[in-house]
Design a protein around this ligand. Sequence first.
Ligand code: NAD
Ligand code: TYD
Length: 352
Amino acid sequence: MKTYLVTGGAGFIGSNFIHYMLKKYNNIKIINLDKLTYAGNLENLREIQNNPNYIFVQADICDKEEVENIFKKFNIDYVINFAAESHVDRSIREPEVFVKTNVLGTVNLLNIAKTYWETEKGFKEGKKYIQISTDEVYGSLGETGFFKETTPIDSHSPYSSSKASADLMVKAYYDTYKMPINITRCSNNYGPYQFPEKLIPLIINNCLNKNSLPVYGDGLNIRDWLFVEDHCKAIDMVINSGRLGEVYNIGGHNERTNINIVKTVISYIHDNVDSSVTEALIKYVEDRKGHDRRYGIDPTKIKKELGWQPETKFEGGIVKTIQWYLENKQWMQNVTSGEYQKYYEKMYLKHK
Ligand code: NAD
Ligand code: TYD
């Protein structure tokens, strides 16, 4: 029975990953370590909270004692580090916490895993540390070309720079100590349980409440969108078969402008939910500082080496996603009360 330490498992991708893994395997144990910041939500895991193969620990990945306690108590085989401050706009306002969690937290996890996994003869068999990184570390593309694993790191925002720094520390543990690691760099995810500070759930929520839809700059920035389950499937493959020390890019060649995303959501809601929701809600607002223009992943390596293929096309994935938010209005209400209101007012009320 393999034991996975999943960090940040109460967030968007981490909780989807835990659901995916517990559905797929009944012979694994998952320890979910999460600090429960504003982005962490145990409601995301309600269906599996009593699963005997699942344990939740509320802790900070920067906390040496708490992380050590987990390694003392459980024979951890894999660390999958999702825990991070993940929102670019917040990183522009408050960069320090991004360095603390994303860089120092990663180094703390690496150090403790190394301590428990390393022997005089090298690292124990079957152990691996997986860093969940992002395509944003590569910076911004022009109109053509894609990010490959060999593309130089050229991050711009405090968020992406903190993720890039963490990646370099993970690489250093491989290069220096031969610690078994992989790094995955995925494009933008969408799907259930995503916190509504990110584009897609924010637009869905605002459409349903008939609030204006803030589009930064000219709306022509491009992101490469992947349904979250396809990301989870790729991570599982990297854990099982990724060559040690390697980076794997993950993406499904689904590049869209932001305005295209916004209009797609409006059109579905207009046709299926509320015909009074129209493009009149769109509001072009001040651009994000240092806004990366285009992201686009070349997924050739993970496809060829590990046989990964995305299963969900955007047209179906976005409908599934909107329907999930429609069926989980209480979830949205819970996450948009409290801290979220203050955040939203700070971010957007200046545009009203
Ligand atoms: P999220 O913000 O939804 O979740 C982050 C989780 O980490 C939350 O549960 C939060 O409570 C927890 N956390 C934050 N600081 C912590 C700390 N110090 N100790 C322990 N837990 C802490 O983020 P997400 O969108 O699920 O992203 C997960 C990972 O995937 C991140 O590392 C992110 O960089 C990466 N990623 C995200 C995307 C995307 O589109 N969302 C794409 C590629 C990569
Ligand atoms: P986001 O979901 O924050 O992801 P990231 O910045 O990590 O790619 O934003 C996706 C794109 O949407 C990005 O180009 C910024 C833009 N955006 C808006 O136009 N309006 C919004 O309200 C938000 C949150 C994002």
